[in-house]
Design a protein around this ligand. Structure first.
Ligand code: TMP
Length: 218
């Protein structure tokens, strides 16, 4: 039986996940918890190579939706076995920036692949590993686009194949996340990411705190 706790963050581009994950990490560590921060795709040496192929490689322009689905899940299969399972067995709090809900939203709803086939691939990749809690940060499409633009203007330009998709794609992704939250309200908590950073952080903490005693103190 797992002793740890697995928390995932989800949402569209610019929803504020990275900031909130950083704040949560600091908060949990200050209380003495052992925390493992991960990101998808990536999080292992193999996964980070796959991430590069998916997002930034000069040779990825012709990637098909099917190849994208399988690469996302190849990275995930490695992460689950190399890091997540052992960390949970050791009683750590595993926090991942994205997990399989992103595949349902981006490859299923966004790329419009068959949802049953997408689910079958995810199930194969993750086995029995499921998040205990998923925090879905929602921001309206214009806020998401604006945050993305301002991020791109402050950082050196790095081409990202997925961010090149059109607005309709991101609307389908956002709709997909909404469907996921509606289907699994126990696990997936919908959070208004357009509030202030402090308000989002407080809302997240309110949800996470009651979970902690159940998974033990480390
Ligand atoms: P990010 O780390 O900046 O969020 O970039 C990851 C990108 O990969 C983001 O555009 C969402 C996308 N993605 C998928 O399309 N499917 C997946 O299963 C995952 C984990 C991410």
């Amino acid at each position: 039986m797992n002793k740890g706790c697995f928390i995932t963050f989800e949402g569209t581009e610019g929803c504020g996940k990275s900031t909130q994950i950083k704040l949560l990490d600091e908060h949990l560590r200050a209380l003495g918890h052992r925390v493992r921060l991960l990101r998808e795709p990536g999080g292992t040496l193999i996964g980070e190579e796959i991430r590069h192929t998916l997002k930034h490689s000069h040779n990825n322009a012709a990637m098909t939706a099917e190849a994208e689905l399988l690469l996302m899940n190849a990275s995930r299969a490695q992460l689950v076995r190399e890091i997540i399972r052992p960390a949970l067995a050791a009683g750590e709090i595993v926090v991942s920036d994205r997990f399989y809900d992103s595949t349902t939203a981006y490859q299923g709803f966004g790329r419009e692949l068959d949802l049953d086939q997408v689910k079958a691939v995810i199930d194969f990749a993750v086995g029995e590993v499921r998040p205990n809690l998923t925090l879905l940060l929602h921001v309206p499409a214009d806020v998401s686009a604006e945050r993305l633009r301002s991020r791109q203007s402050t950082l050196p330009f790095v081409r990202d194949r997925i961010e090149e998709a059109d607005r309709k794609f991101f609307e389908r992704v956002a709709h997909g996340f909404g469907v996921i939250a509606a289907n699994e309200p126990q696990r997936v908590k919908f959070i208004n990411g357009a509030q202030s950073m402090a308000a989002v952080c407080a809302e997240i903490w309110k949800i996470i705190q009651p979970l902690l005693p159940k998974v033990g103190r480390w």
